[in-house]
Ligand binder design. Structure first.
Ligand code: SPD
Length: 395
């Protein structure tokens, strides 16, 4: 074969291979496109499902809910089979979780079995991208609080003292935080320089924060106000026996505070009832007692009895009164389980009656600081029931 013929043959072969490759590529890219389209359509479908669920919940409960919230509830369901732990992990208001769980069951994503939530293959397939909650990323030493409670020097003593505390009662929506949480609050306050030589007022104190503060021996004085005379007696007895600079008085915080408390304190601490009206009034009263710029407030705020919309309203009160938020630590305060759980709205609306066999209720620790002179009201709350509203159901 001549040289030119040889070259021509080679060129022909190259052309042929190119053509084959091109046709193959066309075929593959056709397949890829189909797969891509399928993936996109699945994604759209999933987004639509999440959207539909959140719209349905918002409409029914009048609690603003977003598709992202449903993702967080699905993530929790992939992590635990206990309804109360789903609430704990997702950090969403109980009515929202209850409604979402009902819908997820209706559409075949979960089932109930002996008080447990079981996921189906469908949820794993359709929502593969929603991962279980990464609990192992929470620091096991401080449980995510960011403080060392042992180094406060008061933990052992406080632990012994609180063993004989009055039991929480439903009448006052009591449910105390663990002794570790109380001491962690003190550690956090110490870290922010809000204890030593400070005048501190505690508005409502089933958590025994007053006693724990007194044990440090650091505050200028501590005043505890609470409606429950059992708590007041307990606090005053402990203060006397241990020579603590703490005084406690029975006071119904629905009433305006005595005028002489206005602008007298460096710091207030409160873990208010979460029904909107009560929360607003407690918060404003705390701010009303503060001295000036630099004074601080510590507030327990949940996402379990309050929606983000309620948070927004409360944050507005904080800002409008001349304060700003300096810290929010999620799940800082962990509550011991309470005996009256099965008599609450929360229990009634739970679509699956999982046992309350572990700590599940927590609140965020919020610190605020005055950046302007305090401007707040000292109001009377006329309502008898200050504990329950559409979002607050654990009383
Ligand atoms: N009802 C049981 C526990 C209630 C605890 N309330 C916490 C309120 C936090 N602001």
């Amino acid at each position: 074969m001549k040289k030119s013929q040889k070259r021509k043959k080679k060129e022909k072969e190259i052309k042929k291979t190119k053509k084959q490759t091109y046709v193959g590529a066309k075929k593959t890219s056709g397949r890829n496109k189909k797969l891509k389209d399928q993936k996109e359509s699945n994604q759209n479908q999933n987004e639509n499902i999440l959207k539909k669920i959140s719209v349905q919940i918002t409409k029914k409960l009048k609690i603003e809910t977003a598709p992202k919230h449903i993702e967080e509830i699905i993530s929790a369901v992939k992590t635990t089979d206990n309804f109360w732990q789903v609430v704990s992990i997702s950090q969403k208001p109980i009515p929202v979780v209850a409604e979402a769980i009902k819908i997820l069951k209706d559409v075949g994503f979960i089932n109930f079995e002996d008080g447990k939530i079981k996921t189906t293959e469908k949820i794993d397939k359709d929502f593969k991208y929603i991962l279980p909650f990464p609990s192992n990323l929470i620091c096991s030493s401080c449980e995510g609080r960011g403080v060392n409670i042992k180094n406060t020097g008061i933990y052992e003593k406080f632990y012994e003292i609180q063993k004989t505390r009055p039991k929480p009662i439903q009448k006052y929506d009591q449910g105390n935080i663990t002794p570790e949480s109380t001491v962690a609050r003190i550690a956090f306050m110490l870290k922010r320089g809000d204890v030593s030589n400070k005048r501190i007022i505690v508005l409502g104190d089933d958590d025994l924060v007053g006693i724990a503060l007194g044990l440090t021996g650091l505050p200028a004085d501590v005043l505890v106000l609470d409606i429950d005379d059992r708590l007041i007696e307990f606090t005053n007895n402990v203060a006397k026996e241990n020579n603590l600079n703490v005084r406690a008085e029975v006071f119904d915080l629905r009433k305006p505070l005595p005028e002489e408390l206005k602008g007298k304190f460096d710091v207030f601490v409160t873990d208010p009832p979460e029904a909107k009206k009560a929360f607003k009034i407690f918060l404003q009263k705390g701010i009303w007692t503060l001295k000036d710029k630099g004074s601080a407030g510590y507030i327990g705020m949940t996402l379990i009895d309050s929606s983000l919309m309620k948070w927004r309203e409360l944050q507005k009160i904080i800002i409008d009164s001349g304060a700003t938020i300096t810290d929010i630590i999620r799940s800082f305060n962990k509550y011991e389980t309470w005996d009256y759980h099965e008599n609450t709205v929360a229990w009634k609306i739970a679509p699956v009656k999982s046992p309350q066999d572990n700590i599940w209720y927590s609140s965020c620790m919020v610190r605020i600081e005055m950046v302007k002179p305090p401007k707040a009201q000292n109001l009377l709350l006329k309502d008898k029931d200050i504990y329950v509203d559409t979002e607050s159901t654990t009383t």
